[in-house]
Ligand binder design. Structure first.
Ligand code: AKG
Ligand code: FE2
Length: 456
């Protein structure tokens, strides 16, 4: 293929972009057409061809290799969901030894896909965390700017890298991913059917009490008494993902997923400079929902703000304090990279992988997000003693690091000074706080001031 020819070959409405050739599909193209455009994409099986798990976990006739999995991971304890039972808008989960799950799966298959235990689906198994020496796949370079897993790896607590496996007929109910992150998912064997809804379309599917559906294919969605706006929702993007193929699911897209065959997949959730603002908006919306929920105790309860943060953390997995720590860790790592590689500004001309320009892009996005955070009235109410370093200090460190490496970023630097001053003032005076709120309104804010730049 000609070097100049873009690889993404289908952009027709209702179709997902498809990429065929790993040798010519550049990181740059993925960055602009998928990450920035927040558009889904399907990578051909050539992108996972070299992974050892595509052979060792799979039999020659493309079925899960139960014997191999038992030998290597039989004692591992894995989370298993029951697809036949609805609990809120998900399925209840239990922990089982993999050995027991595979015995169930074998029996379920031999019994014509019936079991008194229902249809069980192994999902969200942190295989990489539990077996760090098992190098059975490589994260494709397109998904390698991953602040979420970089953060969790740095503090050695958790990760968002998973293995899923389940029989034909197992499925995942309608949802959007944790923190509204991106996800990628690769089938080692088997096929999946994806129903994908661009952000906002899920609003039409709410029932008359405002609840999102559990199953978007349920006949009850056609009942206008129950779901008055379903008819406004265009049909979802339907994608059949074959064995070996990798799907990119953009930020905030709701989806429902079916295993069409006995399937094993690898799946990561991730956030980076392209969607960190989506994550921040999501956290603000979740906090508002918590505040609404317990608003009647606002005046009478000591530490009401802190309680809201505790509830936010238990509902979403992260609070404002941890979001700030997350930004700090990524900021400090990027500053370190600039210091270590000060003289190295070479750039791969075809941009096959994230390079030095990506470090600068990341730093710009961290500054933008930090300014939004410092401008947020709920963030300003948190105790500054709990932040190390303090937000103004972090902004200062970012300014010093970027001053030398980002000529022409005067606007960012001036805004940063302004934000740091206002943050300090606003902790004393609520009028400035209101000013900061106006400054940081999600629609507009930094973007209106020309801060947001989505180029590498
Ligand atoms: O494969 C599945 O069942 C669900 C995967 C999913 O929801 C995702 O990768 O975001
Ligand atoms: Fe998902």
């Amino acid at each position: 293929m000609d070097e100049e020819t873009p690889q993404i070959i289908s952009t027709a409405r209702g179709h997902v972009h498809r990429v065929e050739d790993p040798d010519t599909f550049t990181y740059d193209e993925f960055f602009h057409k998928c990450l920035i455009a927040n558009s889904p994409c399907l990578f051909s099986a050539a992108f996972s061809r070299s992974w050892s798990s595509r052979r060792s976990w799979v039999t020659p006739d493309n079925k899960p290799d139960w014997e191999h999995l038992l030998r290597v991971f039989g004692d591992a304890v894995v989370p298993v969901a029951n697809c036949d039972v609805k609990e809120y808008n998900a399925n209840p989960k239990e922990l089982l030894p993999l050995r027991e799950y595979i015995a169930y799966w074998r029996e379920y298959t031999e019994n014509d896909r019936h079991s008194a235990r229902g249809c069980l689906y192994l999902k969200d198994w942190h295989m990489r965390r539990d077996f760090p020496d098992h190098d059975v796949y490589d994260t494709p370079v397109y998904f390698s700017s991953d602040w979420l897993n970089e953060y969790w790896d740095a503090i050695a607590v958790d990760d968002y890298r998973f293995v899923y496996m389940g029989p034909a007929g197992s499925w995942t109910p309608f949802h959007a991913d944790v923190f509204r992150s991106y996800s990628w998912s690769a089938n080692l064997c088997g096929r999946k059917k994806w129903l994908l809804f661009p952000p906002g379309q899920e609003e039409h599917l709410r029932d008359c009490s405002g609840r999102l559906p559990y199953d978007v294919t349920a006949p009850s969605l056609q009942n206008t008494g129950l779901h008055p706006n379903t008819h406004r929702c265009p049909p979802p993007l339907e994608v059949i993902q074959e064995a070996g193929e990798i799907i990119f699911v953009p930020s905030g897209w709701h989806h429902q997923v079916y295993n069409l065959d006995d399937t094993i997949s690898i799946n990561h959730n991730w956030v980076n400079g392209c969607n960190v603002s989506v994550m921040w908006r999501f956290l603000q919306a979740e906090l508002s929902a918590v505040q609404r929920e317990i608003s009647e105790w606002r005046e009478s309860m000591d530490g009401w703000e802190q309680h809201c943060q505790i509830i936010l953390k238990s509902c979403t997995g992260i609070d404002y304090n941890e979001f700030y720590t997350f930004l700090t860790i990524i900021a400090q790592r990027r500053i370190q990279t600039l210091e270590d590689k000060h003289e190295d500004t070479r750039q791969d001309p075809k941009m096959m992988a994230p390079g030095p320009r990506h470090v600068q892009f990341d730093l710009r996005k961290i500054v933008e997000t930090l300014i939004l955070l410092m401008s947020n009235i709920d963030f300003q109410k948190l105790e500054p003693e709990s932040f190390h370093p303090r937000p103004e200090e972090l902004l200062h460190q970012l300014q010093s690091a970027t001053q030398s490496s980002l000529p022409g970023q005067q606007a960012v630097l001036q805004i940063s000074d302004f934000a740091a001053d206002l943050y300090q003032a606003s902790r004393r005076c609520c009028r400035s706080r209101i000013l900061l709120q106006i400054f940081s309104r999600p629609a507009g804010g930094a973007a209106d001031l020309g801060l947001c730049s989505n180029t590498l």
